[in-house]
Ligand binder design. Structure first.
Ligand SMILES: [Zn+2]
Length: 305
């Protein structure tokens, strides 16, 4: 996405942000994948080749996009240290992007090598269960939150092609409900989110760069449905989806929105307040989050005066 990398990387909206739709397993650092591979004795191509293999540069198909995961998931899956590390680094990356709260989604099964049938990514049977994956990610998120002050919560994904994993996912959501897991999702079809939460205000999760590169919409950003959403004052958030695969950052999605869709500073504030209102945090934490935004945006919350 270098062609959109204007402003020399300076954030177009340099204020606290909320991100609600990002796949943890599409947000690793390629350097980390190589580092872990070296430790585990897994042979991989060099950095530049890996970057080409793992990223989508031009609009393509969902199938091509899904093929990217086969180049790197086997390196991180089934390794305790790696799973915790990618979760921790994810929080660090988001903190650098100015995100103060993020909901990251992933399939615990796709990072496991035990109690999962079939064992994904041609791994050998090991001893890391989907349950332990969730535990490790939560540990990484919590340590990241301590270090970088950005809060990350998990949304666990059921996979369309493996419906037999879904009952486990539901059980894991229940088990970790008060401990960092805030929702459940059906991955593989982004239009079919089945998250549920009593306080939940439904919002569209818009991922401009992702929708262009996966061929989900017209590659011309000036025809993107987001423009209509903005005109209609719809409730939506702005998100990266799979930043490693799209070689993008949240700032690039904001740049696209600013440059091609006419988003202003006020629009970005509104997007993030909507996102905070639509997030899956418990009511008390949600209020704290909103207060943080109102303060950072110099907005007085009308009801409090
Ligand atoms: Zn997605």
């Amino acid at each position: 996405m270098a062609e959109h990398g204007e402003n020399n990387g300076k954030p177009v909206f340099d204020k606290p942000k909320i991100e609600l739709h990002v796949h943890l397993d599409g947000a690793f650092r390629i350097e980390t994948i190589l580092d872990v591979a070296k430790r585990r004795g897994i042979t991989l191509p060099v950095l530049d080749t890996m970057r080409d293999l793992c990223t989508v540069a031009e609009p393509s198909s969902l199938t091509e996009f899904l093929g990217k995961f086969h180049h790197y998931m086997h390196v991180i899956a089934g390794d305790r240290e790696a799973i915790k590390r990618i979760a921790y680094e994810f929080v660090e990356t988001k903190a650098k992007e100015g995100v103060i709260y993020v909901e990251a989604r992933y399939s615990p099964h796709l990072l496991a090598n035990s109690c999962v049938d079939p064992i994904p990514w041609k791994q050998k049977q090991g001893d890391i269960t989907p349950d332990e994956v969730v535990h490790l990610v939560i540990q990484g998120f919590n340590e990241g939150e301590k270090a970088f002050k950005t809060k990350a919560r998990s949304i666990l994904c059921c996979m369309r092609h493996e419906p037999k994993w879904s009952m486990d996912v539901i059980e894991l959501c229940k088990k970790y409900r008060d401990d960092g897991v805030v929702g459940i999702d059906l991955a593989g079809d982004e239009s079919l989110n089945c998250e549920s939460n009593p306080d939940h205000k439904k919002a569209f999760e818009m991922c401009p760069i992702s929708s262009r590169l996966t061929g989900a919409c017209d590659p011309d950003f000036t025809k993107h449905p987001l423009i209509r959403f903005k005109q209609d004052n719809a409730n939506y958030s702005l998100n990266t989806d799979d930043p490693m695969i799209f070689n993008s950052t949240l700032n690039l999605d904001y740049q696209v929105a600013q440059k091609y869709m006419g988003f202003t500073e006020e629009d970005f504030k509104r997007v993030n307040i909507n996102a905070a209102e639509s997030c899956f945090l418990p009511a008390k934490e949600k209020k704290e989050l909103l207060d943080q935004l109102y303060k950072a945006y110099d907005m007085l919350k009308d009801t409090s005066f």
